[in-house]
Design a protein around this ligand. Structure first.
Ligand code: GTP
Ligand code: MG
Length: 184
């Protein structure tokens, strides 16, 4: 984890944050919401994002370099495999890994497989349940408990990337936890 003091000379912080999750979880929507403008393509179709895409967020003394990744799923074809490899590559290069799960879909087998593989990821991780606008409070509570028990996460968030609900909390947390250092 980053130390708690910002860069002594400049007071700045900067870090790479990878957003990973199943296809359609809302990674690109969250990227756009955090950046504050449309940098990533969002569609109702799965596998819209096919390569790593970076968005820059400035928040106070912190610069977040967001890395939107293709979805993670069990690949069958060669292009699929390449996309999934790209996504995990984005995670391994990041300072912080943000794991996005569609709250409507919940912790299905695919999410479970992804969470299991995440145990191998050494960077600090946060868990984000997205699309809370589509799910009732009780299910959310259940998800939060099950998710937190399922892996080692520094924090768990409930958001709607679409409405912006909770997105500010994620931005603030990331800004406080990226490493001290000069902006890119
Ligand atoms: N209701 C609701 N829909 C959302 C939310 N976030 C994203 N969506 C919708 O979910 C769909 C997929 O969103 P994307 O942001 O493209 O998802 P992605 O994870 O980048 O998908 P891939 O690039 O295909 O892996 C789109 O139709 C979004 O409008 C949310 O918070 N609430
Ligand atoms: Mg996408």
């Amino acid at each position: 984890m980053a130390d708690d003091t910002a860069n002594a000379e400049t007071g700045t912080r900067c870090g790479f944050v990878a957003l990973i999750g199943a296809p359609n979880a809302g990674k690109s929507t969250l990227t756009n919401a955090l950046v504050g403008s449309k940098v990533a393509i969002v569609t109702p179709k799965v596998q819209t994002t096919r390569a790593l895409l970076r968005g820059i967020v400035m928040t106070g003394p912190a610069q977040l370099v967001l890395v939107d990744t293709p979805g993670i799923f069990a690949p069958r074809r060669r292009l699929d495999r390449a996309m999934v490899t790209t996504a995990w590559g984005g995670a391994s290069d990041a300072d912080i890994v943000a794991v996005l799960i569609d709250a409507k879909t919940g912790l299905d087998d695919a999410a479970d497989a992804m969470l299991q593989k995440l145990d191998e990821v050494r960077q600090p991780k946060i868990l984000i349940f997205n699309k809370v606008d589509l799910v009732g409070k009780e299910k959310l509570l259940m998800l939060a408990q099950a998710g937190a028990a399922r892996g080692k996460f520094e924090a768990v968030f409930m958001i709607s990337a679409k409405s912006g609900d909770g997105v500010g909390d994620v931005r603030n947390w990331l800004a406080e936890h990226v490493p001290a250092g000069p902006w890119n």
